[in-house]
Ligand binder design. Structure first.
Ligand code: SF4
Ligand code: SF4
Length: 382
């Protein structure tokens, strides 16, 4: 838990730092939603239905048989990809082996795997087919936080209005106005979130830079300098790294990095959990006309290190001196990296004067990496 806590805080702080400097770089270039939508789904749509303007005409056209067939074709491919994605996501958590067995045994045998798979496939299909960028606007918490994370020193995509205005279509009228923007709307048509960046910075902008490329092409064609749309700061100055918010985020990042290093250092290579057996945790048996008082316990061991550990389990000298004994088939064992074991063990005592309830028994776990001591109270004669 401490590891997870520090790791999550560090990820959040890293996002704050990157956003304060580079703007929505994550959204436009690395977010799986953007990457899959633009690198996979949009590409397929473009391949089958043509470029954006053709697609708009296609979707707004009257219903026809060929329109239905083409749409169905696109949806089928989308569904198949989402189905593959869902399998890969579930396999990431359960393991590929578990997913393969679930497929081979059939859905009725593994409803707990099959239902999440189907739900995820449908959710991904609806998202990538219909919801799309709306997820960035209405669902993604990072998108909603942009107001607080960005300032005028953060990089973003901006329109140089001083150079572009007054805008106008190519022709004598535009030449008279002398604004560089030829009002071709290329920047709007390529924009995945369909905003007009010329109206100023908008939170819907995911900084993908498509409008910059499109506008540069227009500038080349109209024999004007590139850079009417640019990736720059709102105040048109070089990025200022000496900012209070950046200093604060960095200090917090260093503090929490220290916390992560500390919790990594403190992390036990061997996780030990001793509990009483749910049944027969205390019993008395007769052996050679002598009463033997015994406690049944369960020892759970997990090797959290990346190497195998040979483990010896024994009682401490004080407990042995009081005639306590540890009986278990697992007093000597080897646990591979990441392996765990749950073993039954008995703590016994045949001496009435020492087999009293409440005695503290210390169990020592000696491994090639470290030695750990754990205690348990004996249940015996009251
Ligand atoms: S692509 Fe460039 S020239 Fe065309 S409308 Fe957009 S900003 Fe103006
Ligand atoms: S305005 Fe430009 S950078 Fe922003 S989302 Fe649209 S195309 Fe991408």
């Amino acid at each position: 838990m401490p590891l997870l806590f520090f790791l999550l805080i560090l990820i959040i702080l890293a996002i704050f730092i990157v956003t304060a400097i580079f703007g929505r770089l994550w959204c436009g270039w690395t977010c799986p939603q953007t990457v899959f939508l633009h690198a996979v789904f949009n590409k397929i749509e473009k391949l089958i239905l043509g470029p954006y303007t053709k697609r708009v005409i296609f979707f707004n056209s009257d219903e026809s048989f060929s329109k239905k067939i083409k749409t169905l074709w696109v949806y089928l491919i989308f569904f198949f990809i989402c189905w593959g994605l869902a399998h890969s996501l579930v396999a990431y958590f359960l393991g590929a082996h578990a997913v393969r067995s679930a497929i081979l045994d059939g859905p009725t045998q593994h409803l707990t795997v099959f239902l999440p798979l189907m739900l995820m496939t449908v959710a991904l299909f609806l998202n990538f087919t219909f919801f799309r960028e709306k997820l960035c606007f209405y669902v993604c918490p990072y998108g909603r936080f942009q107001n607080a994370l960005l300032d005028i020193n953060s990089l973003g995509v901006y329109y140089d209005a001083r150079r572009g205005e007054p805008r106008g279509k190519l022709g004598p009228a535009q030449l008279e106005k002398k604004g560089s923007c030829v009002d071709c709307f290329r920047c709007v048509s390529v924009c995945p979130t369909k905003i007009d960046i010329r109206e100023g910075f908008q939170l819907e902008c995911i900084a993908c830079g498509k409008c910059i490329d499109a506008c540069d092409e227009v500038m080349v064609k109209t024999k004007q300098p590139k850079g009417l749309l640019k990736y720059e700061t709102a105040n048109l100055q070089p990025v200022n790294l000496k900012r209070f918010r950046l200093a604060l985020y960095t200090v917090l990042f260093l503090i929490f990095s220290g916390g992560l290093a500390w919790s990594l250092n403190e992390r036990a290579a061997l996780v030990i959990n001793i509990s009483r057996a749910p049944q027969n945790s205390f019993s008395v048996r007769i052996e050679n006309n002598k009463k033997i008082y015994q406690n049944q316990i369960v020892i759970h061991l997990k090797n959290e290190s990346s190497v195998a550990q040979s483990i010896a389990i024994e009682l401490d000298a004080n407990s042995i001196a009081k005639s306590f004994q540890l009986i278990s088939p697992a007093t000597q064992l080897v646990l591979g990296a990441g392996e765990e074991i749950r073993a039954i063990a008995f703590i016994t005592n045949s001496e009435e004067e020492s087999a009293q309830s409440g005695q503290e028994i210390k169990i020592i776990f000696k491994s090639n990496l470290n030695t750990i001591e754990q205690s348990i109270r004996f249940i015996g004669i009251d």
